[in-house]
Structures are given as C-alpha cells and as structure tokens.
Design a protein around this ligand. Structure first.
Ligand code: GTP
Ligand code: MG
Length: 343
C-alpha cells in the first residue's frame, strides 16, 4: 500500500521501498518529517539518497504551507454547498453541505445516515439555482447499503420544479408525470453516481485513491465529481482493529484515509460526506462526541460534525456539533418514501 505510493518518488526502487517500509517510513508524511541522518541510519540507505527522498516526499506530501489571508479568502469563495432541500436543515448547515471539507454524519442505527448520503448523491446533481452543484457523486459503500431503487424513489419524490430543472439541465424532453421521461431521468441520475463496495479497510483506502483518479478524469468536464460519500467510514476499521494494541494502527490508517479524502475535497472543490455509526451513548473510539474526527491532522481544512438522533416516527433531529464557523443548533427532518423532507 505505502509501497505503491513511495515507489513514485525519485531514487526509490523496490529495494529501497522495502527498507523504508521495514523501518516504518511507509508514507510521504512519515518521510517528510524525518531527518536525513535518521532516515539514513534506520533504513540503512545513503545519506544523500535519504536527503533527496525526504525532499521529494515533502513536495509530494502537501504538508501545508503558509497562505496569505487573500489566498484563503479566494479559496473560500469557491466553496460550494449542496442543499438538502430542507430549509431548516440547510440554514443550520449555513446553506448546505460544504465543499472543501469533510462532513461527518454520526448516529445510531436507523438514524438516517445512509438515507442522507443517498439524497445528497441526487441533490449534488441539481443545478446551482436549485441547491445543487451540477456535479457527479462517488459512493464508497462499506456496508452494502447503496440501493438504486431508493434513488429511483427519491428522484420521483423531488418537488415538481426541481424535476423540471433536472430535465432541462440534461436536455431530456417530456413531462415528469410521463413514465418514460421519469425513467430516463432516473437512469441518468444513476449514471452520475459512481458506486464501489469496499470489502475491507485496505480496499476502502484504495477506493479513495481510485476516487481521486476518477475525479481527475472528470475534472474540467461538464459533470465534474464534486461529492464523495463514504458510508460507513469506519465500520471496517472498527471490525478489523479490535485489540487495544491496534488502536494506534487503526487511527493511523484512518488518518491516511481521511487525508486522501481531504485531498480530493481540496483539489476538486468537492464535498466529502462520511458516516459513522455510534451507539446512543457515543462510543469510546471518538471519545467526546464534540471532538473532531481524526484529530487535527486535517490541517487548514475544516470538518463539520452532524449528530442524527431518532425522534417520533419518521422524524430525525439533526444537531450541528462541531463546525468551525457556524453556531451549534438543531433542526428536524423527516425520512419518507420520497426521501428527506421538511417537518
Ligand atoms: P445504520 O446504517 O444501520 O447505522 O443506519 P442508518 O443511520 O444508515 O439508517 P438508514 O439511513 O439506513 O435508515 C434510516 C431510516 O430511514 C430507517 O429507520 C427507515 O425508517 C427509513 N428508511 C430507510 N430506507 C427506507 C425506504 O426505502 N423507504 C422509506 N420510506 N424509509 C426508509
Ligand atoms: Mg446506514
């Protein structure tokens, strides 16, 4: 895994990859903060090679740089928002799910995490005038959760004017009440959701790298990829790294995964949405539920946490827990056959 990454550095062949990996230098990040002497000693490679490798890793690692306030402002101006088409919830989120950041939906089973990711894969495709970003979605599915039939129902459940806008956007002629027309539309919406099942955590990490490639491929096209959902982010990690002694390794892998996702968010101005099942009593993995996921390794990029709680019937309470520039608060939505709807 790390080897694949390391091999693309200059002066690094298979033999050196093996030495680096054996010595624990298995990522750009690990190399970027090493000193030439340390690397040379522990990995048993020449010091000048070590210095070159470190420099290349620093260039590749994107370890962060200083930016002027103006540059930050410029970057933030590009932030797009995906609306849930529920005013109360959109307001809570400052207009919707933001690009250039990771939004984590967490809550117990049945709280609506997967429904939200399905709905966002549709809403991101809407024209900007209707709350979308005119873009495509990637769905990394670790729990065999994705259901095309659910997308079908949700598309049909969109408000009439939104359906009309979706048809116009794709030059599909006809009326949404016409079965052939709506079927064509549903098919087109499904075509713009790229789904892959993750069989284990390593596979999931690879899929995030693939997602980056796919986003590269669609960049500068009419339909860029601007949403990546990972449902669930940590189920595999949790199942595979059980022992206490494995916690550090699990966190390290998860950090790498989040870092990869964040890179897509930044380079493609994409929204990243991840889900995390917690028991009603938020579990020990993340400890304090008000603390950001993955610690602070995500650098200048922000992470928004949203807690979902079951309420009466099909109602769910949406609580904004940790957002860098929004007040905390709550809103209500309903999960119905036609998708997520206002109270
Ligand atoms: P876990 O993945 O088990 O942690 O749960 P989750 O938070 O992903 O829940 P999910 O989004 O799958 O479901 C939330 C609720 O949505 C369910 O309890 C159902 O009430 C409702 N729901 C799910 N699928 C459908 C559907 O096809 N039709 C309708 N009407 N409601 C659904
Ligand atoms: Mg789910």
């Amino acid at each position: 895994m790390g080897g694949v990454e390391l091999r693309s550095l200059p002066r690094v062949g298979p033999a050196i990859v093996e030495k680096l990996t054996a010595a624990g230098f298995d990522s750009y990040e690990a190399l970027a903060v090493a000193s030439p002497g340390e690397l040379s000693n522990t990995a048993d490679i020449g010091e000048s090679t070590a210095a070159d490798i470190i420099q290349a890793a620093r260039d590749a690692a994107d370890i962060g740089d200083f930016e002027t306030g103006t540059a930050v402002l410029e970057r933030r101006k590009q932030i797009g928002k995906v609306s849930l088409l529920i005013d109360e919830v959109d307001d809570l989120l400052g207009g919707g799910i933001e690009t250039q950041s990771i939004t984590e939906f967490y809550g117990e089973f049945g709280s609506g995490k997967s429904q939200i990711t399905h709905q966002l894969c549709i809403n991101v495709q809407l024209p900007e005038t209707h709350g979308g970003l005119d873009g495509q979605a990637i769905f990394i599915d670790s729990e065999d959760t994705f259901r095309p039939s659910r997308i079908d129902e949700m598309v049909r459940g969109l408000p009439d004017e939104v359906l009309a806008a979706l048809l116009a956007q794709r030059n599909i002629e006809g009326d949404p009440t016409d079965e052939d027309t709506i079927e064509t539309l549903v098919e087109d919406v499904l075509d713009k959701i790229h789904v892959a099942k993750a069989f284990n955590s390593t596979h999931q990490i690879l899929l995030a790298e693939k997602a980056h490639e796919l986003a590269n491929k669609h960049a500068d096209t009419e339909w860029p990829i601007v949403l990546v959902c990972v449902d669930s982010l940590i189920a595999h990690f949790r199942a595979e790294y059980l022992g206490r002694g494995e916690l550090a390794e699990r966190q390290q892998k998860l950090n790498k995964h989040l870092h990869d996702l964040m890179r897509i968010a930044n380079l493609h101005n994409a929204a990243i949405v991840v889900t995390n099942q917690v028991t009603a009593d938020p579990d020990s993995f993340f400890g304090d539920p008000t603390r950001p996921i993955g610690g602070h390794i995500l650098g200048h990029s922000s992470t928004v946490r949203v807690y979902l709680r079951k309420a009466k019937g099909d109602r769910r309470i949406v609580r904004l827990v940790d957002a860098p520039n929004l007040p905390e608060g709550e809103a209500v939505l309903r999960i119905g056959g036609a998708g997520l709807k206002p109270e």
